[in-house]
Design a protein around this ligand. Structure first.
Ligand code: HEC
Length: 163
């Protein structure tokens, strides 16, 4: 979030400058602002990915967030089966192929790999709980399992960065 705040400042500063004075960022308007926004007191481990994989990984990440939003929406509608399917296919063990996890994993330190595995496992566990809930209507259990998925996102984000 700090990073986003800094990025916004960079963007706003860019907009406020006289026209044509966008400096080094002008050549790549949508990407350039992410390059130099690391906060000074950032203790996360910087992990180097090849540029293609980095872009690909960040796109996956945005889909992870979208998947969480869709899961919450389906739970709110009582559509446990749909919530389960989204979790398994987009975040769970079934999503490993989809995300090219094998290619990315070899650039990750062990702890980051473990954090990724924890996310896929917890999502598959949520998928099972939500499937059961389609019979039992156990919303609380489903929400608790979903919270455990979110916690795995938080844990990795707290420890690692790729930009
Ligand atoms: C194995 C580690 C790991 C896990 C697990 C993980 N992420 Fe990430 N995610 C990252 C890293 C690293 C970044 C880049 C952060 C940086 O460099 O500042 C990132 C960035 C993001 C971004 C920003 C994308 C962008 O375009 O900048 C979003 C959104 C995101 N993650 C969502 C999620 C969600 C939701 C989950 C859980 C369902 C999740 N992530 C799980 C490592 C992880």
């Amino acid at each position: 979030m700090k990073f986003l705040a800094v990025a916004m400042v960079v963007i706003l500063a860019g907009c406020a400058a006289p026209s044509g004075d966008h400096g080094a960022h002008a050549h790549q308007p949508s990407q350039a602002t992410v390059d130099h926004a690391a906060p000074a007191a950032d203790t996360r481990v910087m992990v180097q990915f090849p540029e293609m994989l980095r872009t690909h990984t960040l796109a996956n990440m945005r889909d992870h967030l979208l998947a969480l939003a869709e899961i919450q929406d389906q739970l709110a509608r009582g559509a446990y089966d749909k919530a389960s399917d989204i979790a398994e296919q987009r975040l769970g063990m079934s999503s490993l192929g989809l995300h090219g996890a094998h290619d990315v994993a070899k650039f990750m330190p062990q702890g980051m790999q473990a954090a990724g595995t924890a996310m896929h496992r917890s999502a598959s566990q949520f998928a099972i709980v939500a499937k059961d809930a389609s019979v039992t209507g156990d919303l609380k259990g489903s929400l608790a399992a979903l919270a455990r998925v979110s916690q795995t996102c938080v844990a990795c984000h707290a420890a690692y960065r790729i930009q």
